[in-house]
Design a protein around this ligand. Structure first.
Ligand code: ASP
Length: 587
């Protein structure tokens, strides 16, 4: 046996026991005739003591240990004289009587501690060392715990976990596919699934009325902090359900996870908001409702006073930053610079202060009287001491810009506490999204999403107004997941394809197998998928999903540890009948 105890479990109660531990040398320090070694494994750190007087040879060997050496130690558990209250094993230490070096280690390129001196790139290159750090390990432990609880909950509700293929035909989730050439079928390619969408719908046709899978999905998109080219979804589908059934089931799942993983009880139902309200009040389909500051529209009341910016605007809309009338010129300039950043792209920011004494100051005093500005304050419910921040322009753009400013103000005012969780369902999404560039409609969710039955008469007459039976679950301004009730009627699916600009042939070529399956008794069905990485990162209080994935990719989609993607041998290319030609762009 290499060990009979772990480095995290020994306490004062164990004093006097003879134990055998194995692990990595966190650090070793010599103090007079004593050498102290911190021994680390997955479970914690235990202090080992070597005494020069009692066993000079052993102590000599301990003095030769380097960081990250793998060792086995035997000894007796003793109470410590100077206790370390920062670690659970801090009341004891091991008086060593045996030491075996199981393996040496090169000096690691960064310290294996929560506050490491290693930068991002270095940590990713040596990810296997980074994973030894307790803070990273805790994220993976959390991930495991959540996966376990997800399975426990869904199993208790009668869901079957069924795997679906990774080598598939393209699945339409709106991103680019990763493709894999087929050696046995030269010139032909598989796609990696953007999600198991079509397969889970087929499983419903097959009668597996409650399906789930913790599924790998692949989307070739530009990367951001919360995106990875491969990521994991908790993918689910149910038959004989309506939107209410799906929402209830998965609200239950989210509550279960918060309860059993975080100890947080949500007794009330999660609030719901229509997509229209979310856009109107927060300028976003994933509003952070940990704080208020809803949008107030002023469009008509500000027109006609000679201020062209507002006169010409499709929308003038503002928020009230409570208590911010004390903001200095410099702080307000910072906010203006913030909204003018290219990522946000606003032209400017109008501000109005209602001073504590009730007097009014603003950046548009030239155009508006104090009384008029006070009317704005009335409409916006601003009180003395508050700052009103107002933007004008094209409606959708302006809403998105003000959304960024609202989040920034929430941040500045400390209203976005990571330990406060505010879940929300956003419902009644539009079915279609108009694209100016290509002058056509796209499915906002995916082409299998069912229209709201009430809106079916509008499909051909007022296409853009048709609501989908689609829902998203949002937590703290992050889209945790979403889904829809699907179309199970072949004729309606045909209409949908037609509106999306698919010819009958094209639809058959891409989704023929699904359309054929629907001829054999497709039950009413619907489902959703939750982003598992995001779910873990929200519970871990992290801004990026990278730290909850054991081996993530960087922002250029590269794994800097194993240096992928990489070129492949000519022989491999030949076998696949592929020829690589670099265009000027790549060269
Ligand atoms: N397949 C969808 C997605 O990946 C989720 C769903 O509709 O169930 O977003």
């Amino acid at each position: 046996m290499y060990r009979d105890r772990t480095c995290g479990e020994l306490r004062l109660d164990n004093a006097g026991e003879h134990v055998k531990l194995a692990g990595w040398v966190q650090r070793s320090r010599k103090m007079g005739g004593m050498t102290f070694v911190d021994l680390r494994d997955r479970y914690g750190i235990t202090q080992i003591v070597f005494n020069q007087e009692i066993n000079p040879e052993l102590c000599e060997a301990a003095n030769g240990l380097g960081r990250e050496f793998v060792v086995q130690v035997t000894g007796r558990v003793e109470e410590r004289t100077s206790k370390n209250h920062n670690i659970p094993t801090g009341d004891i230490e091991i008086y060593a009587d045996g030491l075996t070096v199981l393996n040496k280690s090169d000096i690691p390129p960064f310290t294996i501690e929560d506050n490491t001196d290693g930068g991002d790139d270095l940590r990713m290159k040596y990810r296997y060392l980074d994973l030894r750090r307790p803070c990273v390990r805790r994220n993976l432990e959390l991930r495991h715990r959540m996966a376990f609880e997800i399975r426990r909950y869904l199993d208790s509700k009668g869901f079957l976990e069924i795997e679906t293929p990774i080598l598939v035909k393209s699945t339409p989730e709106g991103a680019r596919d990763f493709v894999v050439p087929s050696r046995m079928n030269p010139g032909e390619f598989y796609a990696l699934p953007q999600s198991p969408q079509l397969f889970k719908q087929l499983l419903m046709v097959s009668g597996y009325d409650r399906y789930f899978q913790i599924a790998k999905c692949f989307r070739d998109e530009d990367l951001r902090a919360d995106r990875q080219p491969e990521f994991t979804q908790i993918d689910c589908e149910m038959s004989f359900v309506d939107q209410e059934d799906v929402i209830e089931m998965f609200e239950g799942l989210v509550k279960h996870i918060f309860k059993y993983v975080k100890g947080i009880d949500f007794s009330d139902s999660f609030p719901r908001m229509t997509w229209n309200d979310a856009m109107r009040l927060y300028g976003s389909d994933k509003p952070d409702i940990r704080f208020g500051m809803p949008f107030v529209e002023l469009t008509e009341m500000v027109k006609g006073k000679g201020f062209a910016v507002m006169d010409d605007a499709e929308l003038t809309v503002g928020i009230v930053a409570p208590g911010c009338a004390t903001y200095t010129r410099k702080q307000i300039d910072q906010l203006t610079d913030f909204v003018k950043r290219p990522q946000i792209g606003a032209k400017g920011l109008v501000w109005v202060k209602i001073e504590a004494d009730g007097s009014v100051k603003s950046s548009v005093g030239k155009f508006f009287s104090e009384d008029e500005l006070r009317d704005w304050a009335g409409k916006m419910e601003a009180r003395p001491g508050d700052l009103m921040l107002i933007m004008s322009g094209e409606a959708m753009k302006t809403r998105k810009q003000l959304c960024e400013l609202r989040l920034e103000m929430g941040e500045r005012l400390g209203l976005r506490d990571k330990n406060n969780f505010a879940p929300l369902w956003v419902i009644d999404f539009p079915l279609f999204e108009w694209d100016e560039e290509t002058q056509r409609y796209y499915a906002m969710h995916h082409p299998f999403t069912s229209p709201n039955p009430e809106d079916i008469p509008l499909l051909h007459t007022d296409t853009g107004k048709v609501r989908a039976t689609a829902y998203d679950i949002v937590v703290n301004g992050t889209e945790l997941g979403g889904g829809s009730i699907r179309i199970h009627d072949a004729a309606l699916q045909d209409t949908m394809f037609e509106l999306l600009g698919f010819t009958q042939e094209k639809a058959m070529e891409q989704f023929g197998f699904l359309m054929n399956a629907f001829k054999y008794g497709a039950p009413p069905h619907g489902g959703l998928a939750l982003g598992f990485d995001r779910f873990v990162s929200i519970l871990a209080g992290l801004d990026t999903i990278r730290d909850v994935i054991a081996f993530p990719k960087n922002n250029s989609g590269r794994d800097v540890m194993n240096e992928s993607p990489s070129v492949i041998d000519q022989a491999q290319l030949d076998e696949l009948c592929l020829k690589v030609e670099m265009s000027d762009k790549e060269n």
